[in-house]
Ligand binder design. Sequence first.
Ligand code: MIC
Ligand code: SF4
Length: 642
Amino acid sequence: MGYTITEKIIKNHLAVGEMVRGEEIAIKIDQTLTQDSTGTMAYLQFEAMEVPRVKTNRSVAYIDHNMLQTGPENMDDHIYIQTVAKKHGIYYSKPGNGICHQVNIERFGVPGQTLLGSDSHTPTGGGVGMLAIGAGGLDVAVAMAGGPYYITMPEIVKVELKGKLNPGVASKDIILEVLKRCTVKGGINRVFEYVGEGVKSLTVPERATITNMGAELGATTSVFPSDDITMQFLKSQGREKDFVELKADPDAKYDLEIVVDLNELQAMAACPHSPDNVKFISELEGTKVNQVAIGSCTNSSYLDLMKAANILEGKTVSENVSLVIAPGSKQVLNMLAENGALAKLIDSGARILECGCGPCIGMGQSPNTKGVSLRTFNRNFKGRSGTVDADVYIVSPETAAVSAITGVITDPVKNIPVGALDIEIPELFKVNDNMIVEPAEDNNDVQVVKGPNIKPFPKTSVLEDKIDKKVLIIVEDNITTDHIMPSNAKLLPYRSNIPYLSDYCLTPCDSEFPERAKENSGGIIVAGHNYGQGSSREHAALAPLYLGIKAVVAKSFARIHKNNLINNGILPLVFVDESDYDKISLMDEMVMENVLDSVGKKEMTIVDKTKDIQIKTKVDITDRQIDIIKKGGLINYMKEIN
Ligand code: MIC
Ligand code: SF4
């Protein structure tokens, strides 16, 4: 029997288990990446493991999220990451060099290799044929220390792309179409593998837009074949030696199939406040726009910004629109500067930001009150932009650029100037890695510098046999980690300070939650489906841990967050009968007896003493994860097994 691309890569990296769908397996990790907002915790955890040097082929620490430097905290974090990287064999990408996923695919992506990143958009690497997976910081720390990464052997979805996109319709519209059909929870424990003739018409950056936003499906990852186009891309980066051909066998077996006819696609937008709330641009045309933002790890490549520059050439941004553009990397910005495209953008009235995440994570450029913002990003969760009542639409660079000119949502298909999309991709890109600092050869002399804002991560304790705690909050379906641990320009500088951050935990859902947790010495969270979707931030488990949360009882969990809870010793419990969710009230007293035995049996009966009812839950985790939970988290577990 033939193999899919996913199976081929997994087979080459299999460290534990067998490739049986639904079973736990572990894969060897070739490369890791971290970014600054999850990186400080990951490196504190790595240091706690006392491994002198990373054991991966390549590990890179990027600074791209936390760059406003409104006080000393951010740069203190940068210096900590820089010094810890130098000491332990990690490459360091300086602030300004670009967004981790964009730079990683340009400079380090290797087809057929595995990449684990402490950022949920790590699957961007699938654009170049990597099996690239997002994880919590602790899992990445373990991979840096040489440990394999555990996943559930995923189902593999074949996404067959037929035909070719019409001018004005972008690869962004392909992933929006997939999101529309599959929703934000349609990808859990699945890998989306793109095949078919349509693949041949997509460049690597276009493929990367799709794999990037596959994260919004909740998928383990997404992957494209590695073919002539991949070779051409690697060649343009002076890295043709990294090329390996990769394609699915003709008789490969998939678990599900989706067909997308590219000829039929139209320009689309994900409407407020979810990436799967997708509508045609034609349905939204004429909506007044206050802000347009082009950039983020989804759409900030050379090709994306060239499209924007050509559309904006000789035009003026609408008087009522603020257009901001953040190029994805120094390479992109530099090439736009050299070929004159930057001048076209500036001339049109665009505001050029530095290369980084910026507005995507609410680090500046928040829209006005009740403002409408059109963004080429990947997430439009309520409040993520920094403005709680703003309406954020997720669109392609084409839609963003034409709408910036007209001031209203505008269909690019009918409005792009003739020839604006005929972009010649240079055979050789401008390669200059002088913002990537190499690690020291010998770590003995390197001093790791920790500023005063860097606090130790909260300690976990072994699982207790009886839990008697109150329900501190009840939340609905699709709660994101942006709800659990909000991130914005005021909070991002405190990613190394869990005590400070915990005062904001779950406040977008209930402003009194942190106080209530403290008054009751911790408690239990009750949630709907897909709890913890979105970002990989481990802080969404660390802050509840600090507040004494013992268990989350939910209808279902998002993959990365569930692992983060387990890694930090918090029990993820799943309702056997979803209707029990409606029976629970805030501040009900919940008692779990014989916890250790029940966890071992993977079922837990909770007694709601206030209501005098029993609630049956599943402990839907693997035997290894049961051991981790019992020992009080992954660090304790690692210490015991080593
Ligand atoms: C995001 O897009 O939400 C982030 C910020 O990149 C996060 C990481 C973080 O919270 O630091 C992610 O996607 O994992
Ligand atoms: Fe940065 Fe936004 Fe990409 Fe997250 S989604 S890595 S914040 S650009």
